[in-house]
Design a protein around this ligand. Structure first.
Ligand SMILES: C[S@@+](CC[C@H](N)C(=O)[O-])C[C@H]1O[C@@H](n2cnc3c(N)ncnc32)[C@H](O)[C@@H]1O
Length: 253
């Protein structure tokens, strides 16, 4: 058995590499996490990628995504439990396929950035019940999409950049980070930095989709517009995915 983990970009069906399309053509069966709930558009985005880039009717198996504890006492342990449950669910499906099957996972954005698929597939391999090799094809991440949409360079000349989550943002700021990309932030954590007059923001939501929203400027002036745009997307689609660059403003400006 062979498994291809293919990065398919973050929402625009054309933002997928030629190498990724070649990989999709090798696949016999696609496994797709069925997250349930209100994410119909995201499932449709994946379906559109297959329609546009793969000839014929590819076989797709939806695998119910295990429930995840969203407010655990121990976040790291809860994520590992969730990976384990996911790995068991994938293993069960894979064991039902012929040993010479080539399996594909469509991975949102880039598989190397805040995505668990690589870890989960490694876990399946560690169980030792299946014999397979896997490879990873990079994808265009939401971070690249954000920078392109705003026509910005993420780092200052020769400077560093921290990529973090909403959960860790304030800790990273406290540690001195001043040029920060924030992902996975359902709580708009940057609101905590409003009023300091110290931060600029480049914010993007549902990038690459027909409803992409962009806001940029001093954080203090932009926050309300960002909250409004987020709420409107959530009402319209039932979900919103946003990524933003926070940059400490130069003193005096
Ligand atoms: C589980 S992570 C997956 C990241 C993905 N592997 C990547 O390379 O972009 C999900 C987070 O990615 C960001 N994201 C993914 N797609 C996005 C999009 N189309 N527009 C804005 N942010 C997006 C959001 O911060 C979201 O909370």
């Amino acid at each position: 058995m062979k498994i291809h983990l293919v990065g398919v970009g973050g929402g625009h069906p054309d933002q997928i590499t030629v190498q990724a399309v070649a990989m999709l053509h090798e696949v016999d069966v696609f496994l797709v996490a069925d997250k349930g709930g209100d994410v119909g558009d995201l499932a449709e985005a994946r379906a559109e990628i297959l329609r546009r880039h793969v000839l014929g009717e590819p076989r797709v198996i939806q695998v119910a995504d295990p429930e995840r504890d969203r407010r655990p006492a121990d976040y790291g342990a809860a994520v590992l439990d969730w990976h384990e449950a996911r790995a068991r669910a994938y293993e069960e499906v894979l064991l039902g396929l012929a040993p010479d099957t080539t399996v594909g996972f469509l991975v949102w954005g880039d598989p190397a950035l805040y995505d668990s698929t690589i870890r989960v597939v490694e876990r399946v391999r560690d169980f030792g019940n299946l014999d397979f090799d896997f490879d990873v094809t990079p994808g265009i991440s939401s971070v690249s999409m954000l920078a392109a949409a705003h026509r910005i360079v993420l780092n200052r000349i020769g400077g560093p950049i921290v990529i973090t989550t909403g959960r860790a943002l304030l800790k990273d700021v406290e540690a001195g980070a001043d040029n920060i990309v924030v992902m996975l932030d359902g709580n708009v954590t940057c609101r905590e930095l409003v009023g300091t007059g110290r931060w600029g923001i480049h914010w993007g939501a549902n990038l690459g989709t027909g409803d992409e929203q962009l806001v940029s400027g001093p954080l203090d002036e932009c926050i309300e517009e960002i909250e409004r745009a987020r709420a409107a997307l959530k009402t319209k689609h039932g979900w919103v995915m946003d990524t933003y660059l926070l940059r400490r403003l130069a003193a005096g400006g």
